[in-house]
Design a binder for this molecule. Structure first.
Ligand SMILES: NC(=O)c1ccc[n+]([C@@H]2O[C@H](COP(=O)([O-])OP(=O)(O)OC[C@H]3O[C@@H](n4cnc5c(N)ncnc54)[C@H](OP(=O)(O)O)[C@@H]3O)[C@@H](O)[C@H]2O)c1
Length: 322
Protein backbone atom coordinates (compact mmCIF):
# COMPACT_ATOMS: atom_id res chain seq x y z
CA UNK A 1 0.00 0.00 0.00
CA UNK A 2 1.50 3.37 -0.94
CA UNK A 3 1.43 6.44 1.26
CA UNK A 4 -0.84 8.19 -1.21
CA UNK A 5 -3.49 5.48 -0.93
CA UNK A 6 -3.62 5.63 2.85
CA UNK A 7 -3.53 9.43 3.17
CA UNK A 8 -6.71 11.49 3.57
CA UNK A 9 -5.08 14.59 2.12
CA UNK A 10 -2.84 15.19 -0.87
CA UNK A 11 -0.75 17.59 1.28
CA UNK A 12 1.93 16.45 3.76
CA UNK A 13 2.96 18.53 6.76
CA UNK A 14 6.76 18.86 6.89
CA UNK A 15 8.00 18.93 10.48
CA UNK A 16 11.57 20.07 9.79
CA UNK A 17 11.40 23.34 11.73
CA UNK A 18 9.00 22.50 14.59
CA UNK A 19 12.05 21.83 16.79
CA UNK A 20 13.12 25.48 16.51
CA UNK A 21 16.74 25.42 15.32
CA UNK A 22 19.48 23.19 13.93
CA UNK A 23 21.79 23.21 16.96
CA UNK A 24 22.29 21.51 20.31
CA UNK A 25 20.19 23.99 22.31
CA UNK A 26 17.61 22.42 24.61
CA UNK A 27 13.94 22.68 23.75
CA UNK A 28 12.21 25.68 25.29
CA UNK A 29 8.57 25.82 26.41
CA UNK A 30 8.00 28.45 23.72
CA UNK A 31 9.34 26.21 20.92
CA UNK A 32 7.27 23.28 22.16
CA UNK A 33 4.16 25.49 22.17
CA UNK A 34 4.85 26.82 18.67
CA UNK A 35 5.38 23.26 17.41
CA UNK A 36 2.17 22.11 19.05
CA UNK A 37 0.23 25.02 17.49
CA UNK A 38 1.61 24.12 14.05
CA UNK A 39 0.65 20.43 14.40
CA UNK A 40 -2.80 21.45 15.68
CA UNK A 41 -3.28 23.76 12.68
CA UNK A 42 -2.27 20.97 10.28
CA UNK A 43 -4.69 18.51 11.91
CA UNK A 44 -7.49 21.11 11.82
CA UNK A 45 -6.89 21.44 8.07
CA UNK A 46 -7.37 17.69 7.70
CA UNK A 47 -3.70 16.81 7.21
CA UNK A 48 -2.82 13.43 8.70
CA UNK A 49 0.54 12.78 7.01
CA UNK A 50 3.65 14.08 8.80
CA UNK A 51 7.19 14.15 7.41
CA UNK A 52 10.26 13.95 9.66
CA UNK A 53 13.99 13.15 9.54
CA UNK A 54 16.33 12.13 12.32
CA UNK A 55 18.44 15.25 11.71
CA UNK A 56 15.68 17.88 11.78
CA UNK A 57 16.67 20.46 14.38
CA UNK A 58 19.16 17.84 15.59
CA UNK A 59 16.33 15.54 16.71
CA UNK A 60 14.32 18.25 18.45
CA UNK A 61 11.58 18.26 15.77
CA UNK A 62 10.86 14.56 16.33
CA UNK A 63 10.96 15.20 20.08
CA UNK A 64 8.34 17.98 19.87
CA UNK A 65 6.13 15.70 17.78
CA UNK A 66 6.63 12.81 20.24
CA UNK A 67 5.48 14.98 23.13
CA UNK A 68 2.38 15.93 21.12
CA UNK A 69 1.60 12.24 20.50
CA UNK A 70 2.06 11.40 24.18
CA UNK A 71 -0.37 14.18 25.14
CA UNK A 72 -2.95 12.99 22.58
CA UNK A 73 -3.50 9.30 23.24
CA UNK A 74 -5.32 7.48 20.44
CA UNK A 75 -4.08 9.87 17.76
CA UNK A 76 -1.20 7.73 16.50
CA UNK A 77 -3.19 5.17 14.52
CA UNK A 78 -4.95 7.95 12.59
CA UNK A 79 -1.67 9.40 11.35
CA UNK A 80 0.89 8.53 8.72
CA UNK A 81 4.30 9.24 10.16
CA UNK A 82 7.29 9.19 7.85
CA UNK A 83 10.90 9.77 8.81
CA UNK A 84 14.28 9.59 7.11
CA UNK A 85 17.81 8.48 7.81
CA UNK A 86 21.13 8.62 6.00
CA UNK A 87 22.52 12.12 6.62
CA UNK A 88 25.19 12.66 9.27
CA UNK A 89 25.79 16.33 10.09
CA UNK A 90 29.31 17.78 10.33
CA UNK A 91 31.13 17.47 13.66
CA UNK A 92 28.88 14.60 14.76
CA UNK A 93 29.51 12.49 16.72
CA UNK A 94 33.02 13.98 16.89
CA UNK A 95 34.43 17.41 16.20
CA UNK A 96 36.20 17.56 12.83
CA UNK A 97 34.14 14.80 11.20
CA UNK A 98 32.69 15.98 7.87
CA UNK A 99 29.04 16.14 6.86
CA UNK A 100 28.40 12.83 5.08
CA UNK A 101 25.85 10.30 3.92
CA UNK A 102 25.58 6.88 5.51
CA UNK A 103 23.27 4.14 4.27
CA UNK A 104 25.10 1.38 6.14
CA UNK A 105 23.21 -1.37 8.02
CA UNK A 106 24.30 -0.02 11.42
CA UNK A 107 23.39 3.58 10.65
CA UNK A 108 19.93 2.71 9.35
CA UNK A 109 19.07 0.61 12.40
CA UNK A 110 20.52 3.08 14.93
CA UNK A 111 18.71 5.98 13.27
CA UNK A 112 15.33 4.27 13.31
CA UNK A 113 15.68 3.34 16.99
CA UNK A 114 16.53 6.98 17.83
CA UNK A 115 13.63 8.28 15.76
CA UNK A 116 11.10 5.90 17.35
CA UNK A 117 12.26 6.86 20.85
CA UNK A 118 11.99 10.60 20.12
CA UNK A 119 8.62 10.24 18.40
CA UNK A 120 7.34 8.07 21.29
CA UNK A 121 5.89 5.51 18.89
CA UNK A 122 6.53 1.82 18.18
CA UNK A 123 6.50 2.09 14.41
CA UNK A 124 7.04 4.32 11.39
CA UNK A 125 4.56 4.13 8.55
CA UNK A 126 7.30 5.01 6.07
CA UNK A 127 11.10 5.22 6.26
CA UNK A 128 12.95 7.13 3.53
CA UNK A 129 16.64 7.03 2.70
CA UNK A 130 17.32 10.77 2.83
CA UNK A 131 20.05 11.13 0.20
CA UNK A 132 21.99 8.78 -2.09
CA UNK A 133 25.26 7.56 -0.53
CA UNK A 134 28.06 6.87 -3.06
CA UNK A 135 29.36 4.19 -0.67
CA UNK A 136 26.00 2.40 -0.41
CA UNK A 137 26.05 -1.40 -0.27
CA UNK A 138 22.54 -2.36 -1.42
CA UNK A 139 22.81 -5.75 0.33
CA UNK A 140 23.19 -3.91 3.66
CA UNK A 141 20.15 -1.74 2.97
CA UNK A 142 18.16 -4.89 2.12
CA UNK A 143 19.22 -6.59 5.35
CA UNK A 144 18.36 -3.53 7.46
CA UNK A 145 14.96 -3.10 5.77
CA UNK A 146 14.16 -6.81 6.30
CA UNK A 147 14.89 -6.58 10.00
CA UNK A 148 12.90 -3.35 10.39
CA UNK A 149 9.96 -4.79 8.48
CA UNK A 150 9.93 -8.15 10.30
CA UNK A 151 10.17 -6.47 13.71
CA UNK A 152 7.21 -4.22 12.85
CA UNK A 153 9.27 -1.06 13.32
CA UNK A 154 8.72 0.14 9.73
CA UNK A 155 5.75 -0.62 7.47
CA UNK A 156 6.78 0.94 4.14
CA UNK A 157 10.03 2.11 2.59
CA UNK A 158 11.12 4.75 0.10
CA UNK A 159 13.86 7.15 -0.88
CA UNK A 160 14.46 10.87 -1.22
CA UNK A 161 16.50 12.77 -3.81
CA UNK A 162 17.22 9.56 -5.75
CA UNK A 163 17.59 9.13 -9.52
CA UNK A 164 15.90 6.30 -11.45
CA UNK A 165 19.18 4.36 -11.66
CA UNK A 166 19.80 4.71 -7.92
CA UNK A 167 16.28 3.44 -7.20
CA UNK A 168 16.75 0.51 -9.58
CA UNK A 169 20.01 -0.47 -7.90
CA UNK A 170 18.38 -0.52 -4.45
CA UNK A 171 15.22 -2.25 -5.65
CA UNK A 172 17.28 -5.04 -7.21
CA UNK A 173 18.30 -6.05 -3.67
CA UNK A 174 15.50 -4.83 -1.40
CA UNK A 175 12.48 -7.18 -1.09
CA UNK A 176 10.01 -4.48 0.00
CA UNK A 177 8.72 -2.15 -2.75
CA UNK A 178 10.19 1.36 -2.66
CA UNK A 179 6.95 3.34 -2.64
CA UNK A 180 8.09 6.99 -2.34
CA UNK A 181 10.67 9.36 -3.83
CA UNK A 182 10.75 12.77 -2.09
CA UNK A 183 12.38 15.41 -4.22
CA UNK A 184 12.64 19.21 -4.29
CA UNK A 185 9.87 20.61 -6.49
CA UNK A 186 8.11 23.96 -6.77
CA UNK A 187 7.68 26.52 -9.58
CA UNK A 188 11.14 27.95 -8.89
CA UNK A 189 12.77 24.53 -8.78
CA UNK A 190 11.18 22.45 -11.50
CA UNK A 191 14.28 20.62 -12.75
CA UNK A 192 12.18 17.43 -12.78
CA UNK A 193 10.55 18.49 -16.02
CA UNK A 194 12.89 21.27 -17.18
CA UNK A 195 14.91 18.53 -18.83
CA UNK A 196 11.83 16.90 -20.35
CA UNK A 197 10.64 20.01 -22.16
CA UNK A 198 14.13 20.79 -23.46
CA UNK A 199 14.86 17.44 -25.12
CA UNK A 200 16.94 18.05 -28.25
CA UNK A 201 17.13 21.83 -27.74
CA UNK A 202 20.12 24.13 -27.56
CA UNK A 203 19.85 24.94 -23.89
CA UNK A 204 22.70 23.02 -22.28
CA UNK A 205 21.82 24.32 -18.80
CA UNK A 206 18.85 21.94 -18.83
CA UNK A 207 20.88 18.78 -19.23
CA UNK A 208 20.26 18.06 -15.59
CA UNK A 209 19.94 15.35 -12.96
CA UNK A 210 16.15 15.67 -12.71
CA UNK A 211 15.75 13.99 -16.07
CA UNK A 212 13.43 11.00 -16.10
CA UNK A 213 12.56 10.99 -12.38
CA UNK A 214 8.88 11.87 -12.83
CA UNK A 215 8.45 9.44 -15.71
CA UNK A 216 10.24 6.62 -13.87
CA UNK A 217 8.17 7.09 -10.72
CA UNK A 218 4.90 7.22 -12.71
CA UNK A 219 5.83 4.02 -14.54
CA UNK A 220 6.71 2.18 -11.33
CA UNK A 221 3.87 3.41 -9.08
CA UNK A 222 6.27 5.36 -6.84
CA UNK A 223 4.60 8.31 -5.11
CA UNK A 224 6.47 11.57 -5.67
CA UNK A 225 6.58 13.98 -2.74
CA UNK A 226 7.67 17.61 -3.25
CA UNK A 227 9.87 19.17 -0.59
CA UNK A 228 10.21 22.98 -0.31
CA UNK A 229 6.71 23.02 -1.78
CA UNK A 230 6.16 26.67 -0.79
CA UNK A 231 9.47 27.75 -2.38
CA UNK A 232 10.37 29.14 1.06
CA UNK A 233 7.68 31.80 0.66
CA UNK A 234 9.46 33.47 -2.27
CA UNK A 235 6.30 33.36 -4.40
CA UNK A 236 3.77 34.01 -1.69
CA UNK A 237 4.56 36.96 0.47
CA UNK A 238 8.14 36.87 1.66
CA UNK A 239 9.60 40.35 1.26
CA UNK A 240 11.77 40.14 -1.86
CA UNK A 241 15.19 41.82 -1.69
CA UNK A 242 15.88 44.52 -4.32
CA UNK A 243 18.40 42.25 -6.09
CA UNK A 244 15.95 39.32 -6.40
CA UNK A 245 16.19 37.53 -9.77
CA UNK A 246 13.63 39.03 -12.21
CA UNK A 247 12.15 35.57 -12.93
CA UNK A 248 11.22 35.20 -9.24
CA UNK A 249 9.67 38.68 -9.14
CA UNK A 250 7.63 37.92 -12.29
CA UNK A 251 6.48 34.50 -11.02
CA UNK A 252 5.46 36.03 -7.67
CA UNK A 253 3.43 38.68 -9.54
CA UNK A 254 1.71 35.93 -11.55
CA UNK A 255 0.91 34.00 -8.36
CA UNK A 256 -0.51 37.16 -6.73
CA UNK A 257 -2.67 37.85 -9.82
CA UNK A 258 -4.20 34.36 -9.84
CA UNK A 259 -4.72 34.47 -6.07
CA UNK A 260 -6.68 37.71 -6.41
CA UNK A 261 -8.72 36.44 -9.36
CA UNK A 262 -9.68 33.24 -7.53
CA UNK A 263 -10.03 34.84 -4.10
CA UNK A 264 -7.54 32.46 -2.46
CA UNK A 265 -4.14 32.95 -0.83
CA UNK A 266 -0.89 33.06 -2.86
CA UNK A 267 0.22 29.95 -0.92
CA UNK A 268 -2.82 28.12 -2.32
CA UNK A 269 -1.78 29.00 -5.88
CA UNK A 270 1.80 27.74 -5.32
CA UNK A 271 0.55 24.43 -3.89
CA UNK A 272 -2.17 24.14 -6.56
CA UNK A 273 0.59 24.43 -9.19
CA UNK A 274 2.18 21.26 -7.76
CA UNK A 275 -1.16 19.47 -7.40
CA UNK A 276 -2.01 20.25 -11.06
CA UNK A 277 0.71 17.86 -12.22
CA UNK A 278 -0.88 14.57 -13.35
CA UNK A 279 1.73 12.52 -11.47
CA UNK A 280 -0.27 13.33 -8.28
CA UNK A 281 2.82 14.77 -6.61
CA UNK A 282 2.23 15.31 -2.88
CA UNK A 283 3.44 18.75 -1.66
CA UNK A 284 5.34 18.73 1.65
CA UNK A 285 4.73 22.13 3.23
CA UNK A 286 7.24 23.35 5.82
CA UNK A 287 5.70 26.50 7.23
CA UNK A 288 5.18 26.47 11.00
CA UNK A 289 2.86 29.48 10.86
CA UNK A 290 -0.78 28.36 11.48
CA UNK A 291 -2.18 31.04 9.12
CA UNK A 292 0.15 29.96 6.31
CA UNK A 293 -0.66 26.26 6.89
CA UNK A 294 -4.37 27.07 6.46
CA UNK A 295 -3.61 29.28 3.45
CA UNK A 296 -1.63 26.49 1.72
CA UNK A 297 -4.44 23.98 2.32
CA UNK A 298 -6.90 26.17 0.37
CA UNK A 299 -5.13 24.68 -2.66
CA UNK A 300 -7.31 21.56 -2.52
CA UNK A 301 -10.37 23.71 -3.35
CA UNK A 302 -9.07 24.92 -6.72
CA UNK A 303 -7.55 23.57 -9.90
CA UNK A 304 -5.29 25.62 -12.14
CA UNK A 305 -5.92 25.52 -15.87
CA UNK A 306 -3.22 24.34 -18.29
CA UNK A 307 -2.72 27.98 -19.35
CA UNK A 308 -2.32 29.23 -15.77
CA UNK A 309 0.11 26.39 -14.96
CA UNK A 310 2.30 27.29 -17.96
CA UNK A 311 2.11 31.01 -17.16
CA UNK A 312 3.58 30.37 -13.70
CA UNK A 313 6.08 27.81 -14.99
CA UNK A 314 7.47 29.96 -17.81
CA UNK A 315 7.58 33.07 -15.61
CA UNK A 316 9.54 31.07 -13.03
CA UNK A 317 11.90 29.66 -15.69
CA UNK A 318 12.50 33.15 -17.04
CA UNK A 319 11.65 32.34 -20.66
CA UNK A 320 8.78 31.14 -22.79
CA UNK A 321 8.37 27.77 -24.51
CA UNK A 322 8.93 26.26 -27.05
N1 LIG B 1 13.99 15.29 1.55
C1 LIG B 1 14.73 16.35 1.68
O1 LIG B 1 15.92 16.38 1.31
C2 LIG B 1 14.13 17.57 2.31
C3 LIG B 1 14.84 18.79 2.35
C4 LIG B 1 14.23 19.90 2.94
C5 LIG B 1 12.95 19.80 3.47
N2 LIG B 1 12.28 18.60 3.44
C6 LIG B 1 10.91 18.46 3.97
O2 LIG B 1 10.07 19.34 3.28
C7 LIG B 1 9.40 20.23 4.19
C8 LIG B 1 9.21 21.57 3.53
O3 LIG B 1 10.45 22.09 3.13
P1 LIG B 1 10.90 23.59 3.40
O4 LIG B 1 10.70 23.97 4.81
O5 LIG B 1 12.23 23.72 2.77
O6 LIG B 1 9.86 24.31 2.46
P2 LIG B 1 8.74 25.38 2.27
O7 LIG B 1 7.44 24.85 2.70
O8 LIG B 1 8.94 25.79 0.88
O9 LIG B 1 9.17 26.64 3.16
C9 LIG B 1 8.95 26.75 4.52
C10 LIG B 1 9.85 27.84 5.06
O10 LIG B 1 9.58 29.04 4.35
C11 LIG B 1 9.05 30.02 5.25
N3 LIG B 1 7.91 30.67 4.59
C12 LIG B 1 6.97 30.09 3.81
N4 LIG B 1 6.09 31.02 3.37
C13 LIG B 1 6.47 32.18 3.90
C14 LIG B 1 5.98 33.50 3.81
N5 LIG B 1 4.89 33.80 3.08
N6 LIG B 1 6.61 34.47 4.49
C15 LIG B 1 7.71 34.17 5.22
N7 LIG B 1 8.24 32.92 5.36
C16 LIG B 1 7.63 31.95 4.68
C17 LIG B 1 8.59 29.27 6.48
O11 LIG B 1 8.66 30.10 7.63
P3 LIG B 1 7.44 30.06 8.70
O12 LIG B 1 7.58 28.75 9.42
O13 LIG B 1 7.70 31.25 9.55
O14 LIG B 1 6.18 30.18 7.91
C18 LIG B 1 9.55 28.11 6.52
O15 LIG B 1 10.78 28.48 7.13
C19 LIG B 1 10.29 20.23 5.43
O16 LIG B 1 9.57 20.55 6.60
C20 LIG B 1 10.77 18.81 5.45
O17 LIG B 1 9.77 17.97 6.04
C21 LIG B 1 12.85 17.50 2.86
Amino acid sequence: MTSQKISDSPIIFGCMMIGGSFDDSTLTAETIKRGRDAIDAALECGLNFFDHANIYCWGKSEEVFGRFLAENQGLRENLIIQSKCGICLANQPESGWPGRFDLSYDHILESVDGTLARLQTDYLDILLLHRPDPLVEPEEVAEAFDLLHRSGKVRDFGVSNHSPAQIELLQAYVDQPLTVNQIEYNPLHAVLHDAAIHVNMRRPQYGNPGEGIIEYCRLHGITLQAWSALAKGLLSGTHLAPDTEPRIVEAAKMVAKFAKERDVSPEAIVIAWILRHPAEIMPVIGTTHPGRIKAACEATKIELSRVEWYQIYTAAMGHSVP
